[in-house]
Design a protein around this ligand. Structure first.
Ligand SMILES: Cc1ncc(C[n+]2csc(CCOP(=O)(O)OP(=O)(O)O)c2C)c(N)n1
Length: 324
């Protein structure tokens, strides 16, 4: 069993940078969205939820594949995707991961282990099982991972997937990012039971809950699930409890006071890790400031390069898309 303090000493500074990278990447999207026209299509931000992305991605191997929900920028960045190409995709530019045709909700880069984001709520869950099954049929110890929201956890996709994954002992990790809201509906109004993680018991697989505002807790839960999956012991469901700081999508602030109170930001994952590093004598506060400067410089450059990139050529309008 890895001791928490040792883990933070070994990896805490890298995680702090990774959390800040995700936060700054999205803060720049907030600014651009407020200014007007650069951000094409809907964007759903994971500000406040960064610990899930960084904790989940932390121990994944190059050949592992994840399917990501509509709120997936954090996972993609933590998996190592190029922020310039992500911005370009969100801005509808030819240099984006999908040639500018997918937008925020459809970024994919299977070469770096992101099989795809998905605008269909719960749609990535069975796909991750297919990826997990393929990995074991090929004789590798790679895994499939699905990240999805609490709303997606109420769709049949999850139960059909848990059933087959258990029967097949598939190397699958199901990560529910429970941010307390399904679009504009509080989870308490639509989600039964003592916790989503308890639903795994019906399929005879482990279900665990992690503090989704604590990158270390998420990483420890994920590491245990990865050990099981890679050893051939089958799937795990992890529920990460976290807080969505922004609206469901950028631009829904006008409804914010109608359907929810101001979010509780007291569990800020960046503050918490900074504090823990300080406690361990690793100058979390100083490192945080330096990491912020690095992130701002790098991501400002990435954003500006993406904004300067060309739009797709008209002749490519029908390539790479399904035309029925
Ligand atoms: C199958 C399907 N039904 C409905 C929608 C509309 N919709 C978009 S996001 C969303 C809520 C998703 O909530 P959750 O899974 O908790 O994810 P979160 O937005 O909180 O990250 C809904 C209902 C959709 N995109 N797909």
């Amino acid at each position: 069993m890895v001791q928490r303090g040792e883990l933070v000493k070994r990896r805490g500074l890298d995680w702090l940078q990774a959390l800040i990278d995700v936060r700054v990447f999205e803060q720049q999207l907030v600014e651009l969205h407020e200014q007007g026209s650069a951000v094409l299509g809907a964007v759903h931000l994971c500000i406040g939820q960064e610990a899930v992305a960084v904790g989940v991605a932390g121990d994944l191997a190059p050949g592992d594949q994840i399917t990501v929900s509509h709120r997936g920028h954090g996972l993609m960045l933590a998996r190592g995707l190029d922020p310039e190409r992500m911005y370009a995709e969100i801005f509808g530019r030819a240099t984006g991961y999908c040639g500018g045709k997918g937008g925020s909700m459809h970024i994919a880069c299977p070469e770096l282990g992101v099989a795809g984001a998905n605008g269909i709520v719960g749609g990535g869950i069975p796909m991750a099982l297919g990826l997990a099954r393929a990995a074991s049929q090929r004789g590798t110890d790679n895994v499939g991972v699905a990240i999805f929201g609490d709303g997606a956890a109420n769709t049949g996709n999850l139960y059909e997937t848990m059933n087959l994954a258990a029967v097949w002992r598939a190397p699958l990790i199901l990560v529910c990012e429970n941010n307390g809201y399904t679009e504009f509906t509080p989870a308490r109004d639509v989600t039964a039971g003592p916790g989503i993680y308890t639903r795994a018991a019906g399929f005879g697989i482990p279900g665990v809950v992690a503090d989704g505002e604590d990158v270390v807790d998420v990483n420890l839960a994920m590491a245990a699930a990865l050990r099981r999956a890679r050893a051939g012991d089958g799937p795990t469901l992890i529920e990460c409890r976290t807080t969505r700081w922004r609206g469901h999508h950028e631009g829904d602030e006008r409804y914010a006071g109608v359907y929810r109170e101001a979010p509780d930001t007291s569990g800020d994952p960046i503050d918490r890790l900074t504090h823990e590093l300080d406690q361990l004598g690793l100058d979390g506060s100083g490192e945080r400031a330096a990491a912020q400067t690095r992130a701002r410089t790098r991501l400002r450059n990435a954003r500006d390069a993406a904004l300067a990139a060309p739009e797709p050529e008209l002749e490519t309008a029908f390539t790479g898309v399904f035309v029925g």
